[in-house]
Structure formats: structure tokens, C-alpha cells
Design a binder for this molecule. Structure first.
Ligand code: 73E
Length: 829
């Protein structure tokens, strides 16, 4: 029989070559085949979008090959695997990134060319995969790229939302939200796995049963939904490894209550079943404060349960003793959103595997690690006990049990300090009794990571002080990073070639430390000239985009000054706008002869406000009315322009960042846990104007404070400044610009009243008034530097040269060594 099988395998090999070919002829044939047979358009007439589809399916075939090989190899080697659990992944587009990581971009560009298409134009056809809100979600995407590139045996798990982050439409200067039905035109980057599906259960009751003289708890669930897997291969750069991002979609279950079918109400029974699909329908668009909503909790558990069934199934394929679980599995929870996983692992071990509690707890506490991303207490998840008890009654019991044991242990350590005990308890008593998911995560995990040095300090001193005092060794930080593949190689090919040319190697794309080698050429006039040229070309591309969007023509000689990120009060886009009003006001009041000294600026702001965030929406409107006034003032001309870029997303960032001269990061010190936008700008040689907050403090250490424009109160000064309240008088220039808005200089007087009220003495929580003077000084310093192009370019080159530390490759290596305990597992062919 084995001879027969061997003959069969040989025959199959005969039908195919070992791997798909990557020469231009084979690629052309592949693209055309996919246009004809997959997309079902004629190979003789197809448009750019169909070319994109044909091309993507051809790339996908190559991804699948590597994906298969990698996973076969992982299975053979059986290394410890990392499972990265996150409710959000902001992947953006896949095409360019994939062909670059596969190392066949030029071959594809050639092939397309010969078919009469242009790669860049075809790549523009792709929409963004926006299954996340902002920094946290994009960080996961960067980290997946690094995990694949560094050959780690890792899997990502997430949710396949039907609707990604809303599209921002601007109507008369107001933000409107439109649903992002991103799957409308198909998604070539995913592979539907109809056979990889698991039942996920909700509601019901917990009953006690006696087994072999012991009583055990049995959860009798009331509703079952099916989770179906969609796999998204993630290729590494310079390796054959391709790892997997597995996203779950909800489908009605076969195990659904069949009773209703027999009652004759067939139509309603179907409609009811259909409701199951809504679980994974929509991404929550708010990254500010946690609201205990049942649907959100359902999403979390749906995701956690499906992922763990999959992970445990894979573990069981090769192991039967759960004591080995922590040696083979690392579970990373990205913020507290997936932290129900802790209770779920306990439930499986205790209720299904019948391990005793302490053995189960020992295993559970050795597999999990947790990264927290915020400093805002109001963003910490608190699940109302009533909600949890109804949806997941057994999990609530388990969490109570964990807490009971923790409280007993704590009392034995700290005594009867009831205030402290109640602050540290997983259960919060009060008007709405709730479960503190961060406390659960800290109690369970052996390592709690922050995302920057400053962030860790704030966790120790404020947010989790009690826990830090108890378990100082648990608290660590890993500085966030971004992938240079997407943020330089894909989005700034000109700069990328220039860097490779001057370093004499492309190795920096995998080994980012080499970027520091640019320092030795910083004064070389040739490098400076070429550096300047690249910036100019990128600015021209951005200027064209601005003109198409808004009809505004901007001068390439102006400084392109950019602030792009989610709109939040703490990120202080309002400070930027007030600064722009001040600049406008100054120019208006200047003698004509002095105007020649003004450095022309194009101020660019972009970002989405959470749909229910009223103040953030007012900031967007203010930006538009100010822009309207300035841009239409013939007296001002090219000296100042203000542009709001609508619908900011990953692809927009890829276009804007390479074309920026200056970028602004204005969070009130102590509010931005890290910030990762700054790192993308830094890599692209943009100068930073920033407060000493989050990752900026570490950027200062790497590039030097004199290569940046820093301003504002420091983290440790902020609390005392707030104490001072109304006695902290804002400077006159500040009062003047706020008054202009208040008095209706830009119109919409009543509408902006509540916004201006947040800036009154004593109410100015984010300290805009206090920081205004030093902000203007930093802006003036930027102007003075810009008129000295040689100096500017010098600082710009040093920014890129100093950005190596902020590659996600670095972050991932740290996590692998110090948190997850995983080793590279490189597929050998
Ligand atoms: O400072 C950023 C940080 O760079 C932080 O605000 C952000 O995470 C980034 C990556 O570490 C973040 N997002 C969220 N919390 N912190 C969040 C909260 C709720 C829902 C979605 C995202």
C-alpha cells in the first residue's frame, strides 16, 4: 500500500514544479490566468481594478506556498509558539508590502508593464483593511511583520469585522461617519477555512454534578454561535517564512435550537439564526473610554473562545499532558480586551480537563503575558458583574474564585489594609459592581509590559502603584516600534534606495542598526543634495494629492508641517490650530517689509474623531473654518495654508509621512503611553516638534534633543500645574486667539462656545494655556532652522540615522527573549 501511495505522490509532483516560477513570463501568465479564471474577466479586456485582482491572486498563490511550507516546518519542529491575541489589527493595503517582502516586486512591475499596466496605479486600486482604531492596532500589524521577518513561530488571532473603522466624510466642515464595508469588492488576501470552525457558547446556567464522589460545576449554555476561520498569510522579508493571522467570523450554528423549526415559524427561526452573524459585524470605533456593552463583551468572548479552542486543539495534536502547556505555548494579550482568555483557560483546565484548581492556576499563570497601552484610568475595562454573569455565568464564578484566592494571599502579605485591598481587588464594589480586567490580568500574568519608559514609570507611580509595590519584578517595558519595511521601503522607495546606496547595502531592511551608518556621511554635500531631492519629489506627490482633494495649490518651498493621528483632547490638535491662528494674526498685523521674513507653511491636519466624541468633532470643524478664512485671504497668499486631510488611514499616512518636513506630537506630558506616528516620521527624516511624552523621551536620547524642537511642561510637572488651577494664568497671546474663536471671528460662535470653555483658567485640564508660549517658541525655532537648509537636512539625516531603536524588529526581539521565551524557527528552503 505504501508503494501505491508513493507512486501517487510522485505522479502529483510530476504535475507541478516544486515552486511557482517568478520570471516575468510566468508572472504574466499567472496574472492573466487569474483574470480569466478567478476574476472571470476576459484576458483581452480588463481594467486596473481587475488587473489588481489578477495580480493579487497570483501573489496570494506564492504566499500560500510559503505559508504551507512554514507551517509544515513548525509542525515538524514543534517549537514553543507565540499566540498574539488582539481585537484590532490595522493592516492597511497588502499588495505592495507582500511583493516587497517576497522579493519579487520588480519582476511583477515588469510583468505588469508588459501587459500594459503600471504597478503603482494598479496597487492604488486596493482598499485599506482597517480592522482597528489607531496606534494600538497598527502596532500589531507592524509586530506581525517583524515576527514573520525574524522567523518566530507565531500566530496572530483577531476578529474579521464586516465593517472596519468608519470612513470619515467631511460635509461643510463637519465629520460624518460612513460604514466601511470593506469586503464589498472581495478580499484576495484571505483564505476562508470552512472546515476550521468552532462552536462558541453563551448564556445559560451553571449546575453542580457529582462525579466520583466530587461535585463539579457544569455550564449548560443557552446559545451557540459558530466561529469560522479566515487566514491571512503574513510574509517575512528576506526569509521564506510566512506566518498566519487568523481572523474569526461569526456564522449561525448547526447546533442551534431546532425546536423553533418544528413550531412552524420557519421564517422567524431563520431570521433569529441570522442574528448570530452580527457578533463580528462591526468594530467599535472608540479608543477612549470603556463602556460595558453586551455586544462588545460577546465579541471579546467569541474571539477568545474560538482562538483558545484552536490553540488547544493544536497543542493536543502532539501533547497530552497540560503540564507541558507553558513550555509550548505563550499567550500574549494585547491590552485587556482579550483578558477573558484567562478565565477561559481556567475553565477548560478545571471543568473540561478536570485538573485541580492549583495545578490549573499554575499552568495558566505561566502562559499569559499582558501589555497595557494606556495611562488613562477611564479607558481601563470594567465589566459590570450583571452583564458578565448573564452572558458567561461560569466565567464570573471563576473570576470570583481567582479573586477570593488573591485576596486571601494579599491579606497574608499586607494585613488588613482594607483601602488597599479594595483598590487591588479584581471586583470593584460600588454603584455598579464590576470586574476590573486590568487587575485580573496583572494578578494572572508573570509579566506586565508597558510600551515606553515613561509609560512604565507612570504605571509604577500612578495607574498600578499598589501592584508595583507588591510585585515590582512583574513590571517591565518594551519600547514600541514600527516596521521599516512598510514605513520606508514600501511608502518611500526613493529614500529607501538612497539609504541603501549610501550604506552600500540593503541589509538595513532586516538589520536596522545599520541605519546609524548614515551618521558618517551626514556632512557629505552629495548625500545632502540627494536627500533634499528625495524630499522634494515626495512633497510634490503630496502637493498633488492636496490639490486633488481640496483644490488648494501649495508651494513646494513652504515647510510642510503635519499632525496626523486620532483626534483627542489630550493630543491637543487644538493647540496646533490656536498656534496657526496666532501665526495668521501675526502676519496680518505685520508691515509688508517684514512679511518677507515669514517662513511659508503648509499646515496639514488629519484624523478621525470617535463618533460620540463631541469636543473632538468641534476641533475638526474649527480646523475647517480657520482653513476657510486663511486659505481665502489673498493678503496671505503662500505664506500660510491650512489643509484638513479627510479619512486619515494607513494608506494616507504612507503618502503624507514621506512628504512632510515637520511633524507635531503635542500630547500633554503624561498622557500618550507611547505614540508610534513619531517613529514613522523620524525614519523618513522629518523633524519632530514635540512634548517630552511617551516614546519622544527615548527618541530624544537616540537623536539628541538639539535635533528636535521640544517644548512644554514635563511629565512630573503636570500634576502640580493642575493643582494650581485658575491661578495658572495663560499668556496674553493665548487669550487673544481664544477670544477670536469665542467672538465669532471664524463664525459658528455658539457652536464653539463649549470648546472655548474647556480653555478657561482653572478648566484647562490639558494645559494648552500653560504650554502655549513654549509651543510658539519651538515653532519659531523650527522656522529659524528651516531657512538654513543645510542645517535642516543635517538634522533630517540624523533623524533617520537615529531611528533604528524604533523598529518593531527591536521590540519583538525583546519580547521574544524576555517575555515569551520563543526562538526563531526558520524554514530551511
Ligand atoms: O500611545 C498610544 C500607543 O502608542 C496609545 O494611546 C494606544 O496604543 C499605542 C500603541 O501602544 C492605545 N490605544 C488604545 N489604548 N492605547 C485603545 C483603547 C481602546 C480601544 C482601542 C485602542
Amino acid at each position: 500500500e505504501s508503494g501505491e501511495r508513493k507512486a501517487k505522490v510522485e505522479k502529483m509532483f510530476g504535475f507541478m514544479d516544486a515552486f511557482l516560477k517568478n520570471d516575468s513570463f510566468s508572472l504574466q501568465k499567472d496574472i492573466l490566468d487569474h483574470v480569466e479564471y478567478t476574476v472571470a474577466r476576459s484576458r483581452f479586456i480588463f481594467d486596473d481594478f481587475e488587473a489588481y485582482q489578477g495580480l493579487s491572486y497570483s501573489v496570494r498563490d506564492r504566499l500560500i506556498e510559503r505559508w504551507h511550507d512554514t507551517h509544515r516546518y513548525f509542525k515538524k519542529k514543534d517549537p514553543k509558539r507565540l499566540y498574539f491575541l488582539s481585537l484590532e489589527f490595522l493592516m492597511g493595503r497588502s499588495l505592495s508590502n507582500s511583493v516587497i517582502n517576497l522579493g519579487i516586486r520588480d519582476q511583477y512591475a515588469d510583468a505588469l508593464n508588459q501587459l500594459g499596466f503600471e504597478f503603482e496605479v494598479v496597487a492604488e486600486q486596493e482598499g485599506d483593511a482597517a480592522l482597528g482604531n489607531g496606534g494600538l492596532a497598527r502596532l500589531c500589524a507592524c509586530q506581525m511583520d517583524s515576527l514573520a521577518t525574524l522567523d518566530y513561530p507565531a500566530w496572530g488571532y483577531g476578529l474579521r469585522y464586516q465593517y472596519g473603522l468608519f470612513r470619515q466624510i467631511i460635509l461643510d466642515g463637519f465629520q460624518l461617519e460612513e460604514p466601511d464595508y470593506w469586503l464589498n469588492f472581495g478580499n484576495p488576501w484571505e483564505i476562508e477555512r470552512v472546515h476550521v470552525s468552532y462552536p462558541v457558547k453563551f448564556y445559560g446556567t451553571v449546575e453542580e454534578e457529582g462525579i466520583q464522589g466530587q461535585t463539579i460545576k457544569v455550564w449548560i449554555p443557552g446559545e451557540t454561535v459558530e466561529a469560522v476561520a479566515y487566514d491571512n498569510p503574513i510574509p517575512g522579508y528576506g526569509t521564506r517564512n510566512a506566518i498566519n493571522l487568523r481572523l474569526w467570523a461569526a456564522k449561525p450554528s448547526d447546533q442551534y435550537d431546532m425546536e423553533s423549526y418544528n413550531t412552524g415559524d420557519y421564517i422567524n427561526a431563520i431570521m433569529d439564526r441570522q442574528k448570530a452573524e452580527t457578533i463580528s459585524n462591526v468594530l467599535y470605533p472608540d479608543d477612549r473610554s470603556y463602556q460595558g456593552k453586551e455586544l462588545r463583551l460577546k465579541q471579546h468572548y467569541f474571539f477568545v473562545s474560538a482562538s483558545l479552542q484552536d490553540i488547544i486543539r493544536r497543542f493536543r495534536d502532539d501533547h497530552n499532558n497540560f503540564d507541558e502547556f507553558p513550555e509550548k505555548v505563550a499567550l500574549q494579550i494585547n491590552d485587556t480586551h482579550p483578558s477573558l482568555a484567562i478565565a477561559e483557560v481556567m475553565r477548560v483546565l478545571v471543568d473540561e480537563e478536570h485538573l485541580d484548581w492549583s495545578r490549573a492556576w499554575d499552568i495558566t499563570s505561566r502562559v499569559f503575558s499582558f501589555t497595557t497601552h494606556t495611562v488613562h484610568v477611564e479607558a481601563l475595562e470594567k465589566i459590570p458583574v450583571d452583564l458578565l454573569g448573564n452572558l458567561l455565568p461560569r466565567h464570573l464564578q471563576i473570576i470570583y474564585e481567582i479573586n477570593y484566592k488573591f485576596m486571601e494571599e494579599l491579606k497574608s502579605m499586607i494585613g488588613q489594609d482594607y483601602d488597599r485591598l479594595s483598590r487591588m481587588s479584581i471586583v470593584e464594589e460600588g454603584a455598579v459592581k464590576s470586574i476590573r480586567m486590568a487587575n485580573l490580568s496583572i494578578v494572572c500574568c508573570q509579566i506586565v509590559n508597558g510600551v515606553s519608559k515613561v509609560h512604565l514609570d507612570l504605571l509604577k507611580e500612578r495607574v498600578f502603584k499598589d501592584f508595583y509595590e507588591l510585585w515590582p519584578q512583574k513590571f517591565q517595558y518594551k519600547t514600541n516600534g514600527v516596521t521599516q519595511r512598510r514605513w520606508v521601503v514600501v511608502s518611500n522607495p526613493n529614500l529607501s534606495s538612497l539609504i541603501s546606496k549610501w550604506l552600500g547595502t540593503e541589509s538595513w531592511i532586516r538589520n536596522v542598526d545599520l541605519l546609524a551608518g548614515l551618521r558618517q556621511h551626514v556632512s557629505d554635500p552629495d548625500l545632502q543634495r540627494e536627500w533634499k531631492m528625495v524630499k522634494k519629489v515626495n512633497k510634490a506627490r503630496l502637493a498633488e494629492y492636496i490639490e486633488t482633494l481640496s483644490g488648494i495649490k501649495v508651494s513646494l518651498d513652504a515647510m510642510f508641517d503635519v499632525q496626523i493621528k486620532r483626534i483627542h483632547e489630550y493630543k491637543r490638535q487644538l493647540l496646533n490650530i490656536l498656534g496657526i491662528i496666532h501665526r495668521y494674526d501675526c502676519i496680518k498685523n505685520m508691515e509688508t517689509s517684514d512679511r518677507r521674513k515669514v517662513v511659508p507653511r503648509v499646515c496639514i491636519i488629519g484624523g478621525k474623531a470617535a463618533p460620540g466624541y463631541d469636543i473632538a468633532k468641534k476641533i475638526i470643524k474649527l480646523c475647517h473654518v480657520v482653513a476657510e478664512k486663511i486659505n481665502n485671504d489673498a493678503d496671505i497668499g503662500d505664506l500660510l495654508k491650512l489643509v484638513f486631510i479627510p479619512d486619515y488611514n494607513v494608506s494616507v499616512a504612507e503618502l503624507v509621512i514621506p512628504g512632510s518636513d515637520l511633524s507635531q506630537h503635542l500630547s500633554t506630558a503624561g498622557h500618550e503611553a507611547s505614540g508610534t506616528g513619531s517613529m514613522k516620521f523620524l525614519m523618513n527624516g522629518c523633524l519632530l516638534l514635540a512634548t517630552a511624552d511617551g516614546a519622544i523621551v527615548e527618541i530624544m536620547e537616540e537623536v539628541g534633543a538639539d535635533n528636535m524642537f521640544l517644548f512644554g511642561a514635563k511629565v512630573n510637572e503636570v500634576p502640580a500645574l493642575r493643582e494650581k488651577g485658575a491661578s495658572l494664568k495663560a499668556p496674553l497671546q493665548f487669550l487673544r486667539v481664544v477670544r477670536m474663536v469665542r467672538d465669532g471671528y471664524f463664525g459658528f460662535k455658539d457652536y464653539f462656545k463649549s470648546l472655548c470653555d474647556t480653555l478657561e483658567d482653572g478648566k484647562d485640564f490639558y494645559l494648552l494655556g500653560y504650554d502655549f508660549a513654549s509651543y510658539l517658541e519651538a515653532q519659531a525655532a523650527a522656522d529659524r532652522t528651516f531657512v538654513d537648509p543645510e542645517k535642516w537636512i543635517h538634522m533630517s539625516i540624523l533623524s533617520t540615522a537615529g531611528s533604528g531603536k524604533f523598529s518593531s524588529d527591536k521590540t519583538i526581539e525583546e519580547y521574544a527573549k524576555h517575555t515569551w521565551g520563543i526562538e526563531p524557527c526558520k524554514c530551511p528552503f
